[in-house]
Design a binder for this molecule. Structure first.
Ligand code: ZN
Length: 569
């Protein structure tokens, strides 16, 4: 009872208690102690203390400063990163290659920034925010810089992760600082662009139910961003916030997408064939390239590669050339570089001759089925060199950018995956554990075809995977009979594919033996070598089908046995 009262007293008056205690310790005790001393000694001690006072204060300030920096770490980093002068950014629109569609929209934006006076007279709405969405490495930052350069205004760049801090309020104060800086620039230059990369880090949906308060920091950062964006009134100098993100728009807090905030969206996609060739040509000017290199062919090979990946391929090729002490980069270097990036660096294991032969037959099976039976994909490379986690690989890419897969293409994926298993069975009568990743991808495709895409034989239509199964809240809505039927259909697809694959490989067993032997002898076969062998048996490559471009989810290229072995739908 008494203790509780005393504690309450201290809790309420701790500041006064601290001051009194400090005063006693620092002043009264020394004075009382020194009062018993001789006059001269007293003067001496007081003199020394007064003389060292400035030094003591300086030390204290330095100490406190360091504590502050430790606490609010990254104070330096933030200044370094966000301070990009307008004069340093010199990216013209012509430096942004590809992105034809996005560039047109960005150009409109430049016009809006330039004509803001006219716009204001007419009473139009001045643009405050724009969102760029697309996969990483496709040139979002470049395009934002180009907008700043063409509009002739300063460009402040930062990333969402810069605002992520442990301490509540630090992220918000950085947002405040950033906008303050932008206002200063805008007053001097008339307008300013703030570029926030990785916007999804800051802008993800706010959470309000975190019991531990773990989300309150990101909430306060986002709130501050919203406040600052709303504060961009039209009479003030013009600030445009450009946000960039890889994820889809839906992960953002809906508040960000309200009118007056990010009310424009530009989608930045992967380059198409024509654009890839332009990108290759652009970066090729910066390196010593053998003039004989056929960049159009390379562009065809690099399906779905982003500009950043293409730049990386050329740099990697330069490394290969330097290692071989050559001045010019040739086609072979580029091809090696592409494979290294695509398949990983070779990593040889010691294998028994029988195992090596089995791998060769397995890969030859994939190769032949792919070449003869896949409707859309071309073999790019076959190899029995071990690379990170795989014993061999048959790499295939679509012959053009395909954004949708029809039933035949999906069946082509399944058949290609089963080719390795079939070849092992035909040659040895038994199969190995090397088929596991093939089966995973074949099964995934077949399962999705039946369960989600209505592509089964039994006439069942709909996406059955969305129906809750098992011990869910709504109970088991999917009857056992239906599940069994769906799974039987999946198995039927796999079985039918297997029969076809088996038949083709048995008919072409001479080609199977030949490719296994070639792989054992040469380890790696390129597209050209593969085609020339097939031509010996009177099997020319299929013509490239011409189909109109479609828009939907992009599907990455497939790989048999490789890391990215699941052909996307
Ligand atoms: Zn395989």
């Amino acid at each position: 009872m008494v203790w509780a009262k005393i504690r309450l007293f201290f809790q309420r008056n701790w500041l006064w208690v601290a001051i009194v205690v400090g005063f006693i310790v620092a002043i009264l005790i020394p004075v009382w102690y020194m009062s018993g001393m001789e006059e001269s000694v007293r003067r001496y001690i007081v003199g020394i203390n007064v003389a060292s006072l400035p030094w003591g204060i300086l030390q204290t300030l330095v100490f406190v400063g360091f504590l502050y920096l430790l606490q609010y770490g990254g104070g330096f980093a933030q200044l370094r990163k966000s301070k990009v002068d307008a004069s340093q950014v010199k990216v013209r629109f012509t430096d942004v290659i590809g992105l034809t569609e996005a560039k047109r929209e960005a150009w409109e934006m430049v016009q809006l920034i330039k004509d803001r006076a006219a716009l204001k007279r007419v009473g139009g709405k001045i643009l405050h925010g724009m969102l760029m969405i697309g996969p990483p490495g496709c040139g979002k930052t470049m395009l934002a810089k180009a907008i700043a350069t063409e509009a002739g205004i300063p460009f402040l760049s930062t990333a969402g992760s810069e605002f992520v801090e442990v301490f509540v309020g630090v992220g918000a104060s950085r947002v405040r600082k950033l906008f303050k800086q932008a206002r200063q620039y805008a007053r001097a230059y008339g307008a300013c662009i703030i570029f926030i990369d990785e916007l999804e880090v800051v802008g993800k949906q706010r959470t309000f139910m975190d019991a531990f308060g773990g989300s309150s920091e990101s909430n306060s950062t986002l709130n501050q961003l919203l406040v600052e964006m709303d504060g961009l009134t039209d009479d003030e100098s013009h600030i445009v916030v450009i946000g960039a993100m890889n994820a889809r728009e839906e992960v953002l807090d809906p508040a960000l997408m309200r009118p007056g905030r990010f009310d424009r969206t530009i989608s930045i996609g992967r380059p198409n064939l024509q654009e890839r060739q332009e990108i290759f040509e652009y970066y090729a000017r910066k390196i010593h390239l053998d003039p004989a290199v056929d960049l159009a062919r390379l562009a065809r090979k690099a399906v779905f590669k982003t500009p950043a990946e293409i730049e990386n391929i050329l740099k990697e090729a330069a490394l290969v050339a330097v290692r071989d002490r050559r001045e010019l980069i040739n086609y072979r270097d580029l091809s090696t570089a592409l494979e290294r990036i695509e398949l990983g660096v070779a990593h040889r294991l010691t294998m028994s001759p029988r195992e090596r032969e089995m791998v060769a037959y397995h890969e030859a099976g994939h190769l032949i089925v792919l070449y003869l039976m896949h409707p859309t994909d071309d073999v790019f490379k076959a190899s029995i060199v071990q690379r990170a986690g795989t014993l061999g690989v048959v790499h295939h890419i679509p012959r053009e950018e395909l954004h949708l897969s029809d039933r035949n293409r999906l069946l082509g994926h399944i058949k290609t995956s089963l080719g390795g298993y079939a070849a092992e069975k035909i040659r040895y009568g038994v199969t190995t554990s090397g088929v596991s990743s093939d089966f995973t991808s074949a099964m995934t495709v077949a399962h999705d075809m039946v369960w989600s895409l209505g592509m089964g034989e039994g006439g069942l239509i709909g996406d059955f995977s969305i129906i809750p199964a098992g011990q869910s809240m709504k109970g088991n809505q999917l009857s056992e009979a239906l599940k069994e039927k769906l799974n039987m259909e999946t198995q039927r697809i796999l079985h039918d594919c297997m029969v076809e694959v088996d038949q083709v490989l048995r008919t072409e067993s001479r080609i199977l033996d030949r490719f296994a032997a070639e792989l054992l002898r040469r380890e790696e076969l390129d597209y050209d070598e593969i085609v020339s062998i097939f031509l010996e048996y009177g099997k020319p490559p299929r013509p490239i089908p011409l189909s109109p471009p479609m828009t939907a989810n992009a599907a990455p290229e497939g790989m048999q046995d490789g890391v990215a072995s699941a052909p996307a739908l």
